[in-house]
Design a protein around this ligand. Structure first.
Ligand SMILES: [Zn+2]
Length: 560
């Protein structure tokens, strides 16, 4: 019905244009009654377009899932739509693009520990799982952090044994660089006091030489024993976990660690989902180039909903292990400088190999030594084998490297996706491992941007909601309220651009999304408060009230 109306109107308009052209009249003499038909008009808002000028408008018009027009109140007269939404002065902005996150389906045995709060609560959750699954079943979990536990210490083997003497338990710390296991899990993995330290990791012991249950970086020594979850169990949970992103205002994301074997489940889900899902790009590790090429031959780059992202390469570890590879020793840990994730020569040849294969890379580099090595390697690869608009980027870029490394990055177009929320969430890790200038300029934002480097923002699920990242980007505050390197702060406008447009840019999708300019997908959110004017100390409580994907309302906050 709408199509016919539109067709008639177009014909009308064409005749009128011909007449007007003959008269030499101007276009705006179009009668007010000739309204263009749209699907949705949002009026009376504060619309952050996130175009190059960071324009702020009042009205946004949607047709066929895309932004048809955006402008001041006067453009309302030019359109009509079945659905008109009064924003009541609230902010409408592009949906967030979390350019480095991890979303997966979880097994029934899995416990989400992101908001566990205390070791006591963690023990209660384990007990509930045992009651659900029965004795003998493996129990897994992810997301604890000693900084957020009221006991202000890590859960240890004895804490788990106290509640789970007959179930093997392994719980991964937030960030994924260490885990704690109970006695039964360690025994099943045949790890005891006499086990030699594994390459690239640490089996921790207490002062008496007994295992405390913590394993750094090599927790797969235990996790490999956990039985695989079923397909149905995982895909149902994946759907729920992806759908939940929309409630955080995340309309696009890059999952930073998948394998080509994961793709069919995502394809299956995106073809058959009952819940709304955000747009997703999946990064694959280069451990199996043949599988990656075969996948690409089958699906191409994917679609605007689900696509293949850049290749993932790990250069070093992180500060939760801690295993970030640094130029100078860590604070108070002798000569310890962390380490590369693989022998240096292997990393160099891997980066060259992936570059030569024509792929874009998103490379995990946290310590300044890892950043310098990766940038130098990319720069020489680009000189040897130039490629325009390669868009290689460093993920994390946590420690601020020497100035000339940033100059090289700007010159070679090597970008960054960074997690400003780390400044907040990982404060305790940084204070323990870094000092002085390094601590103050950790997770730098202003300095790389001043060098002309593109800095997109993301969460790495620590935690996943964008408000923590926006808060820390503009305040540089840790969880304690302490400010770290105020000169590395950026403005809210810059932070919003980093968390929207620049994420789309990293995935080569800036022409179809990331801002609310006409022609782009109407992926957008309505906020409870104005991020541009709200006092900084209230940013953390700003909520996403509505989320639209391609002009469809896919989430609405209810007051329960
Ligand atoms: Zn990550």
């Amino acid at each position: 019905m709408q199509t016919r109306t539109r067709g008639q109107r177009s014909w009308h308009w064409l005749v009128m244009l011909l007449i007007l052209a003959g008269c030499g009249a101007e276009q705006q003499t179009e009668p007010a009654t000739e309204k263009e038909i749209a699907d949705l008009i949002l009026v009376n808002g504060k619309v952050l377009v996130v175009d190059p000028l960071f324009s702020i408008e009042e009205v946004l018009v949607v047709r066929d899932g895309r932004v048809l027009a955006v402008g001041d109140a006067s453009i309302t007269d030019q359109y009509s739509a079945a659905q008109v939404v009064d924003l009541g002065g609230k902010v409408l902005m592009p949906g967030f693009n979390d350019s480095h996150t991890h979303i997966e389906g979880n097994a029934r045995r899995y416990i989400d520990l992101n908001k566990v709060g205390s070791i006591q609560n963690l023990q209660r959750l384990i007990q509930e799982k045992i009651d659900l699954l029965g004795e003998g079943e493996w129990i897994t979990g992810y997301g604890w952090s000693e900084d957020e536990l009221i006991e202000q210490r890590r859960p240890l083997r004895a804490d788990l044994d106290a509640v789970a003497p007959n179930n093997p338990v392994v719980l991964t710390r937030a960030g994924g660089h260490s885990a704690v296991a109970n006695s039964l899990a360690l025994a099943l993995a045949q790890i005891d006091e006499s086990t030699p330290q594994p390459e690239g990791g640490v089996i921790e012991k207490d002062d008496d030489g007994a295992l405390n249950g913590i394993i750094r970086e090599r927790q797969e020594m235990i996790e490999r024993l956990v039985p695989q979850a079923t397909y149905d169990e995982l895909i149902a949970s994946l759907e729920v976990n992806l759908n939940r992103q929309l409630s955080l205002g995340i309309t696009s994301l890059t999952d930073a660690m998948k394998t080509p074997e994961d793709y069919p489940m995502f394809e299956d889900l995106y073809a058959n989902a009952e819940l709304a899902l955000p747009r997703a790009a999946l990064q694959f590790q280069w451990h199996d180039p043949v599988a990656i090429k075969a996948l690409k031959a089958r699906v191409g780059d994917g679609s605007s909903m689900l696509k293949i992202g850049p290749i993932k390469v790990f250069a070093d570890g992180g500060f939760t292990g801690p295993a970030a590879y640094t130029l100078e020793p860590y604070a108070n840990q002798g000569s310890y400088r962390g380490y590369l994730n693989m022998p240096r020569a292997d990393l160099v040849s891997l980066l060259n190999e992936v570059h030569d294969a024509g792929w874009q890379m998103g490379i995990h580099a946290i310590g300044d030594a890892a950043i310098v090595l990766v940038v130098d390697t990319l720069a020489s690869a680009l000189e040897r084998n130039p490629r325009g608009d390669h868009r290689h980027y460093l993920n994390h870029f946590s420690m601020r490297p020497p100035e000339d490394t940033m100059v090289t990055m700007a010159a070679q177009g090597i970008h960054i996706t960074q997690q400003p929320n780390f400044t907040y969430t990982l404060e305790g890790r940084y204070v323990e491992n870094l000092d002085g200038w390094r601590l103050q300029h950790n997770n730098p934002l202003r300095s790389p941007m001043n060098q002309g480097i593109t800095v997109a923002l993301s969460s790495d699920i620590l935690p996943i909601g964008p408000m923590v990242g926006l808060y820390a980007a503009v305040t540089r505050k840790g969880m304690s309220g302490e400010v770290y390197g105020a000169d590395e702060a950026i403005t809210m406008e810059e932070a919003i651009r980093g968390y929207t447009f620049l994420g789309a840019y990293l995935n080569r999708e800036e022409k179809i999304k990331g801002s609310l300019e006409p022609g782009k997908w109407a992926d957008m959110i309505v906020l409870s408060d104005d991020l541009l004017t709200i006092p900084h100390d209230q940013i953390l409580s700003v909520q996403v009230e509505q989320t639209y994907l391609a002009g469809q309302l896919v989430f609405e906050r209810t007051n329960d």
